[in-house]
Design a protein around this ligand. Structure first.
Ligand SMILES: Cc1ncc(COP(=O)(O)O)c(C=O)c1O
Length: 391
């Protein structure tokens, strides 16, 4: 990994704040600012010709697919770009034959947009089963095994839960899905960039993610990985001209989808987001996801130990190997705590009943100590406040 002080200096925001909210949005890096400025410069110089310029807009789209493919262990032709995960899911869900296999299995810990996609298709015959979590942290593979059957089209779940940071056994879920003749769709928005993955080794069929969080690219670009063995089998009816086999011939008909995953692409992408994302992904790849995982694990485990010693309750996997860089602290008044911490320039986030703290590779031990100290003080003041008001 690049020398840490040098790496940290790439993030101007870290000079004036303790930023621990990477699972919402990664910190803004100077190369990302420069990349967006470069995009504007291309526009200023070339106008619409910027699409075809050297290093221009079309090339930026190819670079985005190449970065994503490299991060996932896939090939660029297995990657489709989308403005957000929900749009990618809509295109994917439009391929499914709900008469033959109506069931989609997801969990109560997954990001809501996953279940919404299939709950909204009940009138088309889709049946979305939301498996509960017995411990509020994870959903055991056995819970999927107990319900998956030959009417199941998909197991659709996260590798890293946004709710608890718990890492799921995706390899076992892929096996389970395939044994039942179903497919595995992984929502990896909270995994890609912080926990290494090889989609081929894990035998994942389809995966969605985005660049806003661990990939440092800001909002506006997401992606869909579709294993090449599925391309010819999947025929989306939610489509756009970017997915046409002869896009730049501008043919109205016939509708002929591209032969690869790009058949899932719809219309003109948000180019500023693509430039930002490419710079973010480049930084992540230069650093290396293995190195990022080691550092995030070290920071996370130090924070977890400090919080546990101080008596805080955490909603997290018990096995440290199954924890990613999302620390969930039970906190009934989480929103108020987020505001109070922000007043001290410590940026964290809230989810129902919890404070959510997410360190990335640019954080250091001073950040962890600072948030720990601030939380202990808040807890002490809270307790003192309760004692004085009841006295
Ligand atoms: C696991 C997960 N999936 C999906 C999303 C977002 O979906 P979309 O890109 O449709 O806004 C998020 C957070 O924003 C997330 O944490």
């Amino acid at each position: 990994m690049m020398e840490h002080a040098m790496l940290r200096s790439l993030f101007p925001q870290l000079e004036h704040s303790t930023y621990l909210n990477s699972c919402s949005c990664g910190a803004l890096a100077q190369p990302v600012i420069d990349a967006v400025q470069h995009y504007l410069q291309l526009w200023k110089c070339h106008g619409g010709r910027a699409w075809y310029a050297d290093g221009g807009w079309l090339e930026a789209l190819d670079s985005a697919r190449a970065h994503i493919a490299a991060l996932l262990g896939a090939s660029p032709h297995e990657i489709a770009l989308a403005p957000n995960v929900s749009t990618a899911l809509a295109a994917l869900a439009s391929c499914m034959d709900y008469a033959a296999r109506p069931r989609v299995l997801t969990t109560s810990l997954d990001f809501p947009t996953l279940a919404h996609q299939w709950l909204a298709k009940a009138s088309a015959g889709a049946h979305c089963d939301i498996l509960p979590s017995p411990d509020g942290c994870t959903v055991p593979v056995e819970a999927f095994a107990a319900v998956v059957d030959k009417r199941t089209a998909l197991i659709a779940t996260a590798r890293v839960y946004f709710t608890t940071g718990a890492i799921q056994d995706i390899v076992a879920l892929a096996r389970l899905a395939h044994d039942a003749g179903a497919l595995l769709l992984v929502d990896d928005y909270q995994g890609t960039g912080q926990v290494p993955l090889d989609v081929k080794e894990a035998n994942i069929d389809m995966l969605v993610g985005g660049t806003q969080k661990w990939l440092l690219g800001g909002p506006g670009l997401s992606f869909l990985y579709v294993h090449e063995r599925l391309h010819a089998r999947l025929h989306p009816s939610v489509v756009g001209w970017f997915g046409h086999a002869h896009q730049l011939d501008f043919l109205l008909q016939p509708w002929e989808p591209r032969g690869d995953a790009r058949r899932f692409e719809l219309g003109t992408p948000a180019l500023p987001a693509v430039y930002a994302a490419n710079a973010g992904m480049e930084l992540v790849r230069k650093t290396g996801v293995d190195a990022i995982r080691r550092r995030v694990k070290w920071l996370t485990e130090t924070l977890v130990s400090g919080l546990t010693e101080a008596g805080f309750q955490l909603t997290m996997a018990t096995d440290p190997e199954k924890r990613a860089g999302i620390v969930m602290l039970e906190c009934p008044d989480a929103q108020a705590w987020v505001v109070e911490l922000a007043r001290q320039s410590i940026i964290v986030d809230a989810r129902p009943g919890h404070l959510r703290i997410a360190p990335h590779f640019y954080n250091d031990m001073d950040d962890i100590e600072r948030v720990l100290k601030a939380l202990k003080e808040l807890e002490w003041r809270n307790a003192a406040g309760i004692a004085s008001s009841s006295a």
